[in-house]
Design a protein around this ligand. Structure first.
Ligand code: SAH
Ligand code: AVI
Length: 715
């Protein structure tokens, strides 16, 4: 008996993804009539039938036709289904697409099926090279873009009928709208990285990743709502030129804008058109179908502004949990013109026309919409439209200058963690909030305490192993340090590896980070120092300017022990992904030892650790306007053998109620807030952790007592 050749997992996966994406387009067309799919009168939109044909044509042209002997399915369709590719010859004007009664819907669907048959045969042979794989992924992403365009265009078509037809019984959306978070999220100034790294699919316009300097800014936690918009309308927003850009004002007057697209004044109130028919405008729901010009005018009327795309992306990377509806409701207009990133390279070949040639006169939108297919958008995704266009699912998230724009609204992520942490049955807060300027200063004081052995022991051990480990870095290596603080241990690595080209520290504490970066720059003038203010649990790839040298992760201090075991694995896994296949990772861990030594290290005689612990409450009072009495909380440090960790708590010495805005949190006497865990390891637990995250443990070195360990991991 002969066995058919087994398809490789990649081939099977490609075919499955292809079928899944293609069938989604077909599903959108189900239930619509042939007429619904054939016509269109808006010059910027296309009929549904055209989208179905064009997305298929893209696969035929970009992939199937790469082979020189390829015979097209129907040569004549090239002209109809070519969207804008100059290199591929003549085509039907976009405004005329809605007049093509032939080919019939059946013929277009038959064309789709033939493309599918040929693509599946091609996929079964395996994609030929890296470019073909990129084009295949581009084809899938392109098809998904057309799924959203299909819905935008269908809505526009339906909105033209006095019957207000519902294209679908319920709005086709990929997830529920998220509830409001409230307030603003503030960010300090700093050099941040935006754009897509080299790993995974991204459109050419998202690359290369690069650095941008941000001044302090705040971003609204929530999207602008219909209720906000109605206030703008009622205050004469569409009649008062002072809020508008000149071009916007001219357009608003010429097209008689009085409200977002599809809104109709009813008596009383407003209605709007949706994919499930005409409905009353719901005040609490985010506004849709506003142009950049309207968004900008609204922002000016609000005394705010639109965010730049770098602000949006940085905020979304650092504290996604602080925002509602970042993606999945409406694309959000930014103040950024759609232009190439520094070092932009269009995709090779015909697909070079995909994005780059549109980089004039359009504005960037970020996020994603309810109609954006699942898994399609990314934090680096750059959508773009002309500033007057309104038929896309576009809305507004406001921004403002300055790190703190409203006492109550500032520091939203901290506030959210505080509310969540104090609402738990066993109260707990994430230790990352220790590190404001004072917290970072107190930590440095801790490192010099006689009882706090880890810093001294680790530095000495690092001095011993660094020369050998650094000999493996290779030329122009890039050192990415997580939670770098004062960057003191870094110097040991830098001294052992004079060939290092780049030092990229990431830390949540802007003061500690920027001051350390300045000192390192002064002492290592040949080294390029690229600090990033951010949360290491949301790692971005090193900047493109970091060059091709090997990436070396550096995470000393046993800060990994401050994460839950699951979060530690997730962090190491994301570091593995971001640093790439050839990378190394130096991980510092504190080791299990007698509880006396451990407890003394976290409860020093001078009370510095107690002050560090209580500073969290001082910070909450200052930044969140809370009313903790720090002195009424006792510092508690205890060894938890079950979880192999030191714990710090703050214990209420008497019954108390503390307030955060209108919220009240009750403390019984003796009740604690768990403020930090510091897990202690041994070689086996480090090995298990590394392996769970996709790293190999190459070396593990232990210091003299009190013992700490340094692990060298390889990707
Ligand atoms: N690496 C130094 C400092 C350790 S202290 C040493 O070994 O001595 C921990 C550092 O991590 C602090 O600078 C703190 O600001 C930073 N940090 C804590 N949580 C963080 C997070 N989630 N993202 C980024 N930095 C964080
Ligand atoms: C940063 N981190 C590893 C320290 C630790 O030991 O867990 C923070 C610290 N907490 C109390 N003292 C020091």
């Amino acid at each position: 008996m002969s066995h058919p050749l087994r398809a490789s997992p990649i081939i099977e996966q490609d075919a499955a993804v292809y079928r899944r994406v293609r069938s989604q387009s077909r599903r959108l067309a189900e239930g619509l009539t042939a007429e619904d799919l054939a016509v269109q009168s808006m010059p910027e939109a296309s009929p549904g039938k055209w989208h179905l044909g064009h997305a298929s044509w893209f696969f035929e042209t970009m992939i199937l036709a790469r082979r020189p002997d390829y015979v097209p399915i129907d040569e004549r369709l090239n002209r109809l289904f070519n969207s804008y590719y100059e290199a591929l010859g003549e085509r039907v004007d976009r405004a005329e697409r809605g007049l093509m009664t032939r080919p019939s819907l059946d013929q277009v669907m038959a064309y789709r099926e033939e493309v599918d048959r040929r693509m599946e045969a091609r996929l079964a042979q395996g994609l030929e090279d890296g470019l073909e794989r990129y084009l295949f992924e581009l084809g899938l992403n392109h098809e998904q873009q057309h799924q959203e365009l299909f819905l935008m265009d269908m809505l526009n078509l339906m909105a033209r009928s006095p019957l207000d037809p519902a294209a679908y019984a319920v709005e086709p959306r990929r997830g529920a709208i998220q509830p409001r978070k409230g307030g603003w999220v503030s960010f300090e100034s700093g050099l941040v990285q935006i754009g897509a790294g080299d790993q995974g699919f991204a459109f050419d316009n998202e690359r290369p990743a690069h650095q941008v300097w941000l001044e302090p800014f705040s971003l609204a936690a929530d999207l602008t709502t219909n209720a906000d918009w109605i206030e703008f309308i009622d205050d004469g927003g569409y009649q008062r030129a002072e809020f508008w850009l000149a071009d916007g004002w001219a357009r608003a007057k010429a097209e008689s804008w009085i409200a977002p697209l599809y809104w109709r004044e009813e008596k009383p109130g407003w209605s709007t058109m949706s994919l499930s028919g005409r409905r009353p405008v719901e005040p609490a729901v985010p506004v849709r179908h506003v142009s950049f010009y309207e968004a900008d005018a609204f922002a000016r009327w609000s005394g705010r502004r639109l965010p730049t795309e770098a602000e949006w992306e940085h905020a979304a990377r650092v504290v996604p949990e602080a925002f509602s509806n970042l993606a999945g409701e409406v694309w959000q207009w930014t103040a950024s013109a759609y232009s190439p990133y520094p070092g932009f390279q269009p995709t090779e070949g015909t697909a070079a026309e995909y994005n780059g040639k549109f980089m004039a006169n359009q504005m960037v939108l970020r996020g994603g919409a309810f109609a954006t297919p699942e898994g399609h958008a990314r934090l680096s995704y750059r959508n773009f439209y002309f500033p007057h266009q309104r038929w896309m699912f576009g809305g507004v998230r406001l921004a403002a200058d300055g790190a703190r724009i409203e006492e109550e609204g500032a520091h939203e992520a901290f506030r959210q963690d505080m509310i969540a942490g104090l609402s738990r049955r066993v109260k707990a807060l994430p230790p990352k909030w220790f590190y404001d300027a004072e917290g970072s200063r107190l930590f440095e004081e801790i490192t010099r305490l006689p009882e706090y052995y880890p810093t001294r022991q680790e530095a000495a051990l690092l001095r011993r192993v660094a020369p050998e480990w650094a000999s493996r870095f290779g030329p122009n290596a890039v050192l990415v340090e997580l939670g770098s603080g004062a960057s003191e241990k870094t110097r040991i690595v830098l001294d052992a590896a004079p060939g290092l080209a780049i030092y990229a520290p990431i830390d949540i504490s802007p003061t500690a980070l920027n001051e350390a970066a300045q000192r390192i720059r002064a002492d290592y003038p040949r080294l390029k120092v690229l600090p990033v203010v951010g949360d290491f649990e949301h790692l971005a790839p090193p900047p493109a300017e970091a060059g091709p040298g090997r990436r070396i992760g550096f995470f000393p201090g046993s800060t990994i022990g401050n994460l839950t075991p699951e979060a530690a694995v997730a962090l190491l896994r994301s570091a593995r992904e971001v640093l790439g296949d050839d990378s190394l990772f130096i991980l510092g861990v504190d080791l299990v030892k007698s509880s006396e030594i451990l407890v003394a290290a976290y409860d020093d005689a001078q009370g510095v650790t107690a002050a560090f612990n209580r500073n969290l409450l001082v910070r909450a009072n200052r930044e969140l306007g809370m009313d903790f009495e720090p002195e009424a909380f006792a510092h508690v440090a205890l060894w938890n053998p079950e979880h192999s960790r030191m714990e710090m708590h703050l214990k209420a010495t008497r019954p108390m109620t503390v307030h955060l805005g209108k919220l009240a949190f009750r403390f019984n006497a003796g009740e604690t807030v768990h403020t930090e865990s510091s897990r202690k390891f041994d070689q086996a637990s480090v090995k298990a952790l590394a392996q769970a995250a996709g790293w190999r443990l190459e070396a593990f070195e232990v210091s003299p007592d009190p013992a700490v360990g340094l692990a060298l991991l390889a990707a």
